[in-house]
Design a protein around this ligand. Structure first.
Ligand code: SF4
Length: 445
């Protein structure tokens, strides 16, 4: 966090000796805050003061990386409690639980299934981010299953066990993948910290609640592990909400360094509705990683969607490329629709066109990712921009007719678009859901 002049001034000698070339310590602090001078320019500032200022300027929530390579997951460094204050920066990682006690065939089936967990939303691909391999007490079995998961799925791992001795063989087997170790508790803290430190792995610290976590995290840091994630024993939706909020609020508003780490929530619920509800709540309320036992596609699709909604920057709408799109296999006698490049608008239109089963051309106008009425109000969806898009996309060479269909909300543009394009303009329905019936009765003449 950026330090203010007052923050810096508190740590200066306050002698106004001018050895830094500035008349007073306060003036020097102001120059440092504005990055016009360095703390090193004061020869009298103590090492303790430098260390304190370095600590105060660190991000309130530490950046922690799990995994390596292009699949690694960066967590933390969030700066706000609410999305309307700023964007949430680092999307929550979704992890699926794998029981190391399954036999080889069942493990193989699970791993093959995990590789299929990809979902398309608004034209983008999303999926799970980690596999959490949970020990059933057999260290060698955990190591073998973890190695298979690393080799066959290729996602970052969470190694879950009750003690360092239970995890150590698995850590050795997949050490190069920088797995996340789960979990250090009051009973095993020293040995888990030693294992994490020795292998350079991030570590989950678990306690009953945020207050109890505050007792453990300083000990983990003293033991030499800074890359921590926090988890509590919250199981109900209410407890998850309460603990997650207390940790984020403590780190950001109370500047409680002992809580300044990303969090992890394990959802043990088997019931799909309850699992999706609790996991969505954890995603909405600050979890860095959510581990789910119910790995069914409907549950994961719900979670992927919840995450997309929470972590989309509201100031940067998701856009698609402005060009000519084909739905089905349109021909020269097929209808031509016009819409904007706001993803939600386009995919809603595209879905309703698909439902009509009428092959159709869609001309997408670059409106900087805004919806039809917003773009019209800001003159990004105007007769001029529509005419330019029609000309640039090449639809004139694809169809033998000259009929365009505009969204019903911008019927007012009809005359000007006809003037600018020379095409006959029809007005489509106000709601996209009306598209199928209109298309089914559409003719080129
Ligand atoms: S050299 Fe240090 S102590 Fe002296 S005026 Fe500058 S900031 Fe203050």
């Amino acid at each position: 966090m950026a330090l203010t002049a007052v923050d810096i001034f508190k740590h200066l000698p306050k002698t106004n000796c001018r050895d830094c070339g500035v008349p007073t310590c306060l003036a020097f602090a102001m120059k440092v805050a504005q990055k016009q001078a360095s703390l090193e320019d004061c020869p009298h500032v103590t090492e303790e003061a430098k260390a304190a200022l370095a600590g105060e300027s660190a991000p309130p929530i530490r950046l922690v990386t799990v995994g390596t390579g292009d699949k690694k997951l960066d967590l933390g460094q969030e700066t706000v409690l609410f999305r309307h204050e700023n964007t949430f920066l680092r999307p929550c990682g979704l992890a699926v639980l794998l029981d190391a006690g399954l036999d080889d065939a069942a493990v193989g089936e699970k791993l093959a299934y995990f590789k299929t967990l990809r979902f398309e939303r608004v034209g983008l691909q999303f999926g799970i981010n980690l596999v959490a391999v949970r020990s059933t007490g057999d260290a060698d079995r955990l190591a073998a299953v973890a190695k298979r998961a690393a080799d066959e799925v290729g996602l970052p791992l969470i190694l879950m066990g009750g003690s360092a001795s239970e995890l150590s063989a698995a850590v050795a087997a997949v050490k190069d993948t920088r797995p996340l170790l789960y979990a250090a508790t009051a009973d095993n803290l020293a040995e888990m910290v030693a294992l994490a430190k020795e292998n350079g792995c991030p570590l989950v610290v678990r306690a009953a609640d945020p207050a109890a976590l505050c007792e453990l995290t300083p000990k983990a840091v003293e033991g030499g592990v800074q890359d921590l994630l926090l988890t509590t024993e919250a199981a109900s939706a209410g407890a998850i909400l309460q603990h997650q909020t207390a940790i984020r609020r403590g780190a950001l508003t109370k500047k409680e360094r002992r809580l300044g780490y990303p969090t992890l929530v394990v959802i043990e619920e088997e019931d799909p509705l309850q699992a999706a509800t609790n996991a969505s709540l954890a995603i909405a309320k600050y979890a860095g990683i959510v581990v789910v036992k119910n790995d069914s596609r409907p549950v994961l699709l719900a979670l992927v969607t919840a995450r997309l909604n929470i972590y989309t920057d509201p100031q940067k709408p998701i856009q698609i490329e402005a060009k000519l799109y084909e739905v089905g296999e349109p021909a020269e006698q097929s209808p031509v629709l016009v819409t904007t490049n706001f993803s939600l608008t386009y995919f809603t239109v595209e879905s309703d066109v698909s439902a009509s089963k009428v092959p159709t051309w869609i001309v997408v106008v670059d409106t900087e990712g805004t919806s039809v009425l917003t773009a019209w109000a800001s003159e990004k969806f105007s007769a001029e921009t529509i005419a330019a898009a029609v000309k640039a996309c090449g639809v004139e060479d694809k169809v033998s007719h000259r009929k365009l269909m505009l969204p019903g909300g911008v019927a007012v543009l009809r005359g000007k678009v006809e003037d600018e394009t020379g095409w006959q303009v029809e007005i489509g329905p106000r709601e996209s859901s009306g598209i199928p019936s209109v298309l089914r009765s559409w003719t080129p003449n």
